[in-house]
Structures are given as C-alpha cells and as structure tokens.
Design a protein around this ligand. Structure first.
Ligand code: KIV
Ligand code: ZN
Length: 518
C-alpha cells in the first residue's frame, strides 16, 4: 500500500517573491486555477500583510479555489495572523501558515530574541491562528541549522496548541540529504506528540540539493513536501514540484509513495508559469526542459527506436506533452483548431476560440505550418489581451542605416482610434515612445527578451518585457512572426496591466476613504 505525500505548492508565495517572477492579480488567479487542475493539496497563495496587492490576490484565490486548501503566510505576530485570516476567510479549506526563525544565528542577529521569547511567540501565534481555522501550519525558519533539542521543544509546544502541520525548512539550502533526513527522523522519534501532526519538508536549492533533500526528508517520515513549479524561489529557488512528483511516480516501486498530482497537467502548468513571468527554464531542466525528452546521440536514437525503454524512463505524454498527429495550416478551419486545442488540454469558450482563430489565420498565412507550441503561444497572446484597455490597431516603422528610426502607432481604446508617432534609438524604442505619448503612461524598460517558439525562419517569436511604472513592475508578452510587432504588443500588454493595476489601486483607495468616512 503506498503512502500519500501531500503536495504544498508555494509558487505564488516563495516563488513569486523572487526576482523576475512577479505576477499581477489576474496572473496569480490564473496560476492558482491551473494549480488546482494539477491537483496539488495546498496552494500557498501569498503573504497578506506584505502588501494590499498580496492581500487582494490571496482573498480572490480563497474565493475561487475550492478543490484544495488555500494557505496564507504570516510571521508569528498577532497582526500578521489577523491579516492572513481576513484574506483567507472565503476559503473552503483555509490554512494559516505562521513561521518564526529558530536557529541561534537568526535569533541573535535578526530577531534579537532569546529562545524562550521565540518559543513564547510561536505558541501565541499558533493559538491565535487556531482560534480562526482548523488547519494551522507552523514553520521553523532556518530549521535545518537549528539546535535539534530546541526544535523538539518548540515543535512539542506548537503541536500542543493544535498545529496540524510542522514544517522544517532548509531555508538557506545548506543541508545535504543524509543530514536533512536525519533531522526529520530525529524529530519524529523524539517529539512525543508528533503523531498528532504532519511533518513537512521545505528545501531551497542553493547547493542544487533541494529535491534530493526533500526526498530524504520523505524517506525519513515527512508526509508533506513544499515546492514550486519550475523550482522558482528565493536565490537558487525551491525544490521543483515537477521533479518531486515525477520522481515519486517513476520510482513508485522503490519508494512506495504517491501524490495526488495529475502528471498530465505538469507541462501545461510549467509552460503557463513561463508565459506569465517570462522566466524560462533551462533547456536541459529535468522533466520540463526542451531537451528533457530529446535523444540526440546516434546510439540513444537507435535504442529508443528499437524500444523506448532503453533510454526513456518516462514519456513526454506522461507529463502532458501531446504529439501532433496533424499539423495545422492556413486551410485548417475553426473546428480543426478547436479540436487541436482540446487535444492539447485547452477547452476554449466561444470568445476564446474566436480570438485565437483570428490570430491563427493571420499566422497561418505567414507561416506554412503551425505547431502545437505556436498554438499555445497564440492562445496566451489573444486570451491575455481579450479584455485589454488598449489594443494595437496599426503600426508603421522606418529604420535602417543613416535614417532616424520612426514609428507611427495606432491604438484602439474603447471605440476610439488614437494615433501618434515618435522617433527613437531604433524602431522598437520609437514605437514605445509613441505608445507613451498616446497613453500618457511612461514605463522604464527593465528587461526585454525574445525567443523562438518553434523552428524555421518563419517561426513565431515570443517577446517578454518587464517595465517599471509608478514604482511597480509589470510583465508583458506577445507572440508574433514579426519581431517588431511582437515587441510592441508585449509592451502594450504590460501597459494594459499597469492601467488595470492603477484602476484597482484607485478603487481600493476610494473604498478605504468611504469606510473611513462611515
Ligand atoms: O524558506 C523558508 O524558511 C520559508 C519559510 C517562511 C517557510 O520560506
Ligand atoms: Zn522558503
């Protein structure tokens, strides 16, 4: 009989807070809905006291996600816990996740507290959280570098207060598998009331050992694993969900564990995160990298052709990569497009199909064959701009040697066409300046990247930009066979995110002013 390992996904908290991985409100909701389809057991949706934006997104995820627990992080203080609970209230399975550092280094230099004071804070935090909801998780930050006797003492105390999960993070990614496994085993052996709780592992990847350490923790008795999609997270990241889930599944006979994760949703979830954040995984990344299932060496290819078992320990299909039986082109109709999206796991509404079909016909005209990755890029492009304030109506650029790069841009806002032109360092810069003149929103370009989605000289280029506006960072993306159009649409996508955020901030400020007046 296999034992169940609970999967706690922290992509939207530990992952999202790391550089290059920020998401806006709508993006976080999309990601949470996909994590629900992936069938994780817990989604850590954010850190509500950190900002109003975090609070709002945790609350919305708590409202929308019903298939799993929704957790919110809080330090071990009453104010943090109250704020986390405010955000979590609408959840059908809310979990307050409270933490405090327990290592002597953190106590001495960061918290400037004694062990007794930290123990007292931890107990009070769990007591407060427990007054709100049944599921309460307590984490010992820097647990792997904490004194084991003290860890036992603190765990016994928080479990007595009702902590349903106790988590032992390797916060700085310092541990090695034998050592980390031993910490988990010792806690399970020495904490007298440990059977009333679930022990959890949370490992960072500074030495590239996050997944190995997590598996060692599980082998020694932990039954919850905390991880992120594509391994995003602080510094070198967190343990990667897809690697853990596939290790447990592929080596099921040896390990004897199982998770509730639906492996066929893995690729789509990984791809969605890349699309939303612009943070690509390396080609040779385990499980979801572009090369993960590519056999290049002649001997390997020969073996795989004779029998895939020779070199393939898992199949691309098992993580949801579907192989096309038919490639779409300009003669393919709406029905074929809908069918292919459905095979790829996307059930489109009529509006989404209309939007995707519009861009598909345009791209199929420019490109002989439209591949599956192109279709996913098209979908992301059209769906993300469906409810946009500004859409690109027309674009004309002049550039070359010894000419001043100039762009003329036409944007549609509601039913009005707004036009302007500008010069710049290059055609893209000129178009960005024209957009700034039209929208009145000026952004500082922080990052720009372009990557081909499929292959061939007519491949679709996926453009990602990151811009800073009003002190906030916004992502923008687009897919096009024309790199300049793609660059302009990606910038506009970020501008649209910024204007939605401005609108939402205004609404919040008005609501606060109204409630203060009452
Ligand atoms: O790495 C860590 O210690 C954490 C805790 C807040 C759980 O992310
Ligand atoms: Zn962490």
């Amino acid at each position: 009989m296999s034992q169940k390992i609970f999967v706690f996904d922290t992509t939207l908290r530990d992952g999202e807070q790391s550089p290059g991985c920020s998401m806006n409100f709508e993006e976080k909701i999309r990601m949470a809905r996909q994590l629900e389809r992936l069938q994780v057991d817990v989604i850590e949706a954010g850190f509500p006291i950190a900002s109003d934006g975090d609070f709002e997104s945790v609350r919305e995820i708590a409202k929308q996600v019903k298939g799993c627990s929704v957790a919110a992080l809080s330090r071990a203080t009453i104010a943090d816990i109250d704020r986390a609970w405010e955000a979590l209230k609408p959840a059908s399975k809310p979990r307050i996740h409270t933490f405090i550092a327990t290592s002597d280094i953190h106590l001495k230099y960061k918290l400037r507290k004694t062990r007794e004071q930290v123990l007292d804070d931890a107990v009070k935090a769990v007591r407060r959280a427990k007054s709100y909801c049944e599921e309460v998780e307590f984490s010992c930050e820097d647990g792997s570098r904490s004194d084991i006797g003290y860890l036992c003492q603190i765990l016994e105390a928080v479990i007595a207060e009702g902590a349903t999960v106790v988590n032992i993070p390797d916060t700085v990614g310092y541990s090695i598998p034998d050592e980390y496994g031993k910490i988990i085993r010792t806690l399970i052996e020495r904490v007298p009331n440990i059977s009333k709780t679930t022990v959890s592992v949370h490992c960072h990847d500074d030495l590239g050992l996050a997944v190995a350490n997590s598996l060692a923790g599980i082998a020694n008795g932990a039954r919850q694993v905390e991880c992120t999609i594509n391994g995003i997270g602080e510094r070198a990241g967190n343990a990667s969900l897809e690697e853990i889930a596939m290790a447990i599944k592929t080596r099921h006979e040896k390990l004897g564990f199982e998770t509730n994760v639906n492996p066929e949703e893995i690729y789509k979830t990984s791809r969605l995160l890349t699309t939303l954040t612009g943070m690509h995984v390396q080609r040779n990344k385990a499980v979801v990298g572009e090369n993960a299932f590519a056999h290049e060496a002649g001997i390997h290819q020969d073996g795989v052709l004779k029998n895939p078992l020779t070199y393939e320990i898992m199949t691309p299909q098992s993580i949801g990569i579907k192989h096309s039986t038919l490639v779409l082109g300009k003669h393919s109709g709406r029905h074929a497009l809908k069918q292919r999206y459905s095979e790829l796991g996307y059930e489109l509404s009529t509006e989404e199909l209309d939007a995707a079909y519009k861009l598909f016909t345009k791209i199929a005209d420019e490109k002989k064959e439209v591949f599956d990755d192109d279709l996913i890029a098209i979908l992301e492009d059209e769906v993300s701009s469906m409810s946009s304030l500004y859409t690109l109506e027309n674009l004309q650029v002049t550039s070359g040697l010894n000419v001043v790069p100039t762009a003329m841009v036409g944007l549609k806002r509601n039913d009005e066409i707004l036009q302007d032109s500008a010069t710049g360092d290059g055609p893209v810069d000129a178009a960005y300046r024209a957009i700034e003149r039209i929208t009145g929103i000026s952004g500082q370009l922080l990052d720009y990247s372009i990557k081909s989605v499929s292959w061939g000289h007519d491949a679709i280029g996926e453009v990602f930009v990151k811009i800073a506006i009003d002190g906030y960072v916004f992502n923008g993306r687009s897919a096009s066979t024309d790199v300049i159009t793609g660059s302009v649409k990606a910038y506009l996508n970020a501008i649209n995110h910024a204007s939605t955020a401005r609108f939402r901030r205004q609404q919040n400020a008005e609501a606060k002013a109204e409630s203060a007046a009452v």
